[in-house]
Design a protein around this ligand. Structure first.
Ligand code: GDP
Length: 454
């Protein structure tokens, strides 16, 4: 029997209500030791799903008023007996209630343990479990929608369908090899090939959506680059809506990389504002410039900023070179000032150019539309099956590779056994995606990323 666990399920900060969640076979018995309902009914004797008002005690010491809600196994989040005690949302009071629950026999929940138990009890699969963190960390409507679609099992359903088709092809091959004298339908290689190709195509379709989905869920690593004073910090502040970067008109004020996650339209950007690309003798600033170059090289998306009121100089041209063949928008800033910049030169060097005034906010929407177009987020159907994590992506890639190996084995005229081994590998990768056949290490790794109380 696994232990009965407890944790604070709401944020660790002051708020109106704080919830202490208890899950496990002994959940009601433990809760009964700390919670006394005004009606005097014990939680073990209730049908569940009805709120009860009462008080929480640690021994004889009253701690807080609370509402207790009982969920009975298997109809609960974890699939186990669950009691949620909603008390006042003060940090101290929540911790006192939790301590009382521990004193009554519960053990502290590990990060993600409630959801892990939901997975182990078959309430959700691994991909659905991952969606829980996606819903919690969603930054925009599209990201939320994609995680909800995963939560509802759209990806799992699609993956199950592909897996079952591969399993039935593999079963046919095995039967044909092992029982040739029996009544096994004849194996048609061209049909088999079509089945494998169709599975591969479905997986490739899913993989195609990953980069766009990532841009609305986990975020794209983005760099705002440009020489000093072009308005990088002002642009960052415009996008984030805060005054995080220091804005001054002394060149070289932004010395190191300032990072934050912001939303440009529906696109989530893990944004870094860097020191200007500038050759400098100042040792502190030159470290910043080096970091900036490295950032640009490793960024997934670049906002290359140019000053419309200045003529192009060597630093601008260096930036143009660094941005060649990259996912980039040339942002021509300070369009409210008299134009000096050779915009034709910029237009001829970038596929995407947007004109803005970061200080007034003019052109913001064009910038956000352009980012959505480049990253493909304007075309995502978030109600369809989508891949939202690197783990899911890696499993799909592995499955595609194995199917490709099976197809090559067929072309080379290898034995059915050899083909079957490849299909087995593809099936294993897909079963790992949904967690139907995932080792302990993989499962632990998924839940390791969760917060305590989830
Ligand atoms: P950074 O060094 O590239 O980060 O540039 P800053 O954001 O610090 O901006 C440098 C100066 O340009 C500041 O005085 C800003 O107020 C000003 N600035 C930024 N954007 C605009 C703009 O769109 N129009 C005008 N007129 N000034 C701007």
């Amino acid at each position: 029997m696994s232990s009965t666990i407890a944790a604070i399920a709401t944020p660790m900060s002051a708020g109106g209500i704080g919830i202490v969640r208890i899950s496990g076979e002994e959940a009601q018995q433990i809760a009964d030791k700390v919670f006394k309902g005004v009606k005097g009914i014990k939680l073990v004797d209730t049908q569940g799903y009805v709120a009860q008002y009462g008080k929480v005690y640690d021994g004889d010491t009253p701690i807080d008023e609370a509402i207790a809600l009982v969920f009975k196994a298997p109809k609960s989040y974890t699939g186990e007996n669950v009691v949620e005690l909603s008390c006042h949302g003060g940090l101290y009071v929540m911790q006192r209630v939790l301590r009382a629950v521990f004193n009554a026999g519960a053990t502290p929940a590990q990060a993600g343990e409630f959801t892990k138990r939901a997975f182990l009890n078959g309430k959700i699969d691994l991909a659905q479990a991952e969606s829980v963190m996606g819903v919690i960390s969603a930054q925009g409507q599209q990201g939320l929608q994609a995680s909800l679609s995963l939560r509802e099992g759209r990806l799992s359903k699609k993956i199950d369908e592909i897996t079952n088709n591969l399993i039935s092809s593999a079963a046919h091959m095995s039967a044909w090899v092992d029982y040739p004298e029996d009544d096994v339908p004849e194996l048609d290689f061209s049909v088999l090939k079509e089945q494998f190709e169709s599975a591969r195509e479905s997986l490739e379709q899913l993989l195609k959506t990953f980069d766009s989905t990532k841009a609305i869920t986990q975020g794209v690593n983005t760099v705002i680059a440009g020489r000093p004073n072009v308005g990088k910090s002002t642009l960052m502040n415009l996008i984030s809506g805060t005054k995080r970067s220091i804005v001054t008109d002394i060149a070289g004020t932004t010395r190191d990389v300032v990072e934050q996650t912001v939303r440009l339209g529906e696109v989530v950007m893990n944004l870094a504002d860097t020191a200007g690309i500038r050759e400098t003798d100042d040792p502190v600033e030159s470290i910043g410039v080096d970091i900036a170059k490295k950032r640009i090289e490793s960024a997934e998306f670049i906002l290359a900023v140019f000053d419309a009121s200045q003529t192009l100089d060597k630093e601008d041209k260096d930036l143009i070179e660094l941005c060649r063949d990259r996912n980039v928008i040339a942002v021509i800033n300070k369009t409210d000032l008299e134009k000096q910049l050779d915009t034709d030169y910029i237009e001829s060097n970038f596929k995407n150019v947007v004109y803005i005034s970061a200080s007034s906010g003019d052109g913001y929407e064009k910038l956000s539309d352009c980012a959505a177009k480049i990253l493909g987020t304007d075309k995502i159907d978030t109600t369809a099956a989508v891949i939202t994590t690197e783990r899911q992506r890696a499993c799909c890639v592995k499955a595609v590779e194995s199917i490709n190996e099976a197809l090559s084995a067929m072309d080379m005229g290898l034995t059915l056994d050899a083909i079957n081994v490849c299909i087995d590998d593809a099936v294993s990768a897909l079963l790992e995606l949904t967690g139907k056949k995932a080792g302990e290490e993989i499962v632990n790794n998924v839940f390791h990323r969760f917060c305590v109380g989830k």
